[in-house]
Design a protein around this ligand. Sequence first.
Ligand SMILES: Nc1ncnc2c1ncn2[C@@H]1O[C@H](COP(=O)(O)OP(=O)(O)O)[C@@H](O)[C@H]1O
Ligand SMILES: [Mg+2]
Length: 324
Amino acid sequence: MAGRHLKELFKAFQTHDELTFRRVATEIIEEEESKHHNALARDLRRLLVAGGSPVDTGSTVLIPSPPKDREGEWDLGEVREPSRMLDDLILDPHLVADLDSLVNEVQQWPALDSAGIPRRQRLLLEGPPGCGKTTAAEALAHELGRPFLLVRLDAVVSSYLGETASNLRRILDYADQAPFVVLFDEFDALGRSRDDHAEHGEMKRVVTAFLQMTDRYNGPSLLLAATNHSGLLDHALWRRFDEVLTFRKPTVHEFRRLLRLRLRTTAYRGLDIDRYASKLQGLPHAAAEKLVSDARREAILRGGSRVEARDFEAALPSITRRPW
Ligand SMILES: Nc1ncnc2c1ncn2[C@@H]1O[C@H](COP(=O)(O)OP(=O)(O)O)[C@@H](O)[C@H]1O
Ligand SMILES: [Mg+2]
């Protein structure tokens, strides 16, 4: 461990600066990982995650609040302790492999840095709504033991000329203070002004500004942007991300696995999982999740102790009818 790290740790302790503490601690862990001191790194990471929430600060820990917009009216982001895990998600095996390798890569940034190999640090998550983009971003933060910074794009996007770009600058400066997983969710909203309808030229301009600002970003954070509408922008722009991860709607087989996963902690009897999985075909993962929770509600409301076929049958029509 470098003397610089030790000094920074002591200083963070003295000033009750938990964000700095976590950043330095993460750097130390990543350094140990790059030296293949895996057992030590794993123990340290466990201690850091078990150390509790960086958000629920109690009285002793000082965490800088996320920045506000120019008028000081809106928070531009929100720091959350991630609770979802990649195991909560049923995803295409290729995507699972990509996400696992991303976790492994981020943990080894120091090794890439010393070899002069560029990090993949700015990624686009694209695909239809309800297929796990937001959840996967949070799960990545959880797997990496990092706080999750959710950018509030509705606050970032300003109708004042040039203000959207300064808001982006503010949030990126904030993300430089600690190793966050940052999510620019509903990223396509960047091109919409508060007053206007989406306008292609404007969207392209703001997304280009974002890409320029983050072009050679090699701060401590992992930057993720998610969109339901990658078709709105031309491919030349998407290609400038270090990686594009595509989320797809589930297959019937994946629906079966997902229904079983969501029923794992529930008592049930006589359910025809195959039938419900086929009924859900063409819908996003979120539909299966809602089907299970609606059926559980039905069971409770009729005073049943288990979820039964009639609960699923009662819940199904509204799931398949509603727009997703
Ligand atoms: N691949 C998935 N596997 C399991 N559950 C999922 C998946 N995708 C979405 N969900 C569930 O659906 C809900 C919405 O997912 P979300 O991550 O917000 O989707 P998106 O950001 O792609 O619109 C979440 O509660 C999540 O648990
Ligand atoms: Mg989302």
